[in-house]
Design a protein around this ligand. Structure first.
Ligand code: THU
Length: 125
């Protein structure tokens, strides 16, 4: 699975986003240590706070299928601004991966980072 494949999958799933309120359609592709890819899109709600972000959808799909070890995440948005994960998603991602590589892509630019860089100190029980 190459980064190009992951980008293609993130783009493809962004078309499934349910985003009638923001019109900000996000797609995420999460590569597991075992070589599987789980995709996710954002799912909004008329009660805005119930919205689920694309990367959390992907993580929850993976964990519910028994996968907990992640290597790489690509997040794409059909917009000009970079879809850098929100604080809630950083915390969720950090629960499972201390060393996750993250690539964020918009229609204008691309950036590579890590969960360590985005959330150097995570909340932990
Ligand atoms: N969103 C994501 O999917 N991922 C993020 O990390 C930040 C925001 C979604 C949630 C909402 O549907 C839309 O982007 C605008 O906030």
């Amino acid at each position: 699975m190459t980064i190009k494949d992951l980008i293609a999958k993130a783009k493809e799933v962004s078309s499934k986003a349910y985003a009638p309120y923001s019109n900000y359609k996000v797609g995420a592709a999460l590569l597991t240590k075992s070589g599987k890819v789980f995709t996710g899109c954002n799912v909004e709600n008329s009660s805005y706070g119930l919205t689920n972000c694309a990367e959390r959808t992907a993580v929850f799909k993976a964990v519910s299928e028994g996968e907990r070890e992640f290597i790489e995440l690509v997040i794409y948005v059909d917009s000009d601004s970079l879809p850098v994960p929100c604080g809630a998603c950083r915390q969720v991602l950090s629960e499972f991966c201390s060393n996750l590589k993250i690539t964020v892509i918009s229609n204008k630019e691309q950036l590579e980072t890590t969960i360590k860089e985005l959330l150097p100190l995570r909340f932990k029980l």
